[in-house]
Ligand binder design. Structure first.
Ligand code: FES
Length: 118
């Protein structure tokens, strides 16, 4: 299947260090939860699966940043991740890394640049 951009949201929906936008990707015929956030001006997107137990990071939908707004945090046991790379920054993720998804931003909109079943 050819890669084709898919609209995630309007650029204005992602404020710096603010709430993320949740969306799904399709993988092996299943819907997999994912999310996008804005950090230092750029949009970053990841599969919404903590590297500790494998559950979604946000307890309150869209709340991915910690209080400092410098890290993404898993609400369940407090694993923290770097928003720009997805690398574990502390807590029980222990060297794990969020699965990064390619995104682009143009003309006021954010797009997923990922094909199903990559
Ligand atoms: S499931 Fe995320 S820190 Fe435990």
């Amino acid at each position: 299947m050819a890669a084709h951009p898919r609209l995630i949201c309007a650029s204005a929906d992602l404020a710096e260090g603010g709430p993320g936008v949740r969306f799904d990707i399709e993988h092996s015929g299943e819907a997999v939860p994912a999310f996008a956030v804005r950090f230092r001006g750029r949009v970053h997107a990841y599969v919404n699966r903590c590297q500790h137990v494998g559950i979604e990071l946000d307890w309150l939908p869209g709340q991915f940043f910690d209080d400092s707004r410098l890290y993404l945090i898993c609400a369940t046991h407090g694993a923290t991740y770097r928003p720009d790379t997805g690398e574990c920054a502390g807590g029980p993720c222990r060297g794990g890394k969020l699965t990064r998804l390619p995104v682009s931003e143009r003309e006021g909109a954010v797009f997923l640049e990922w094909k199903a079943d990559d």
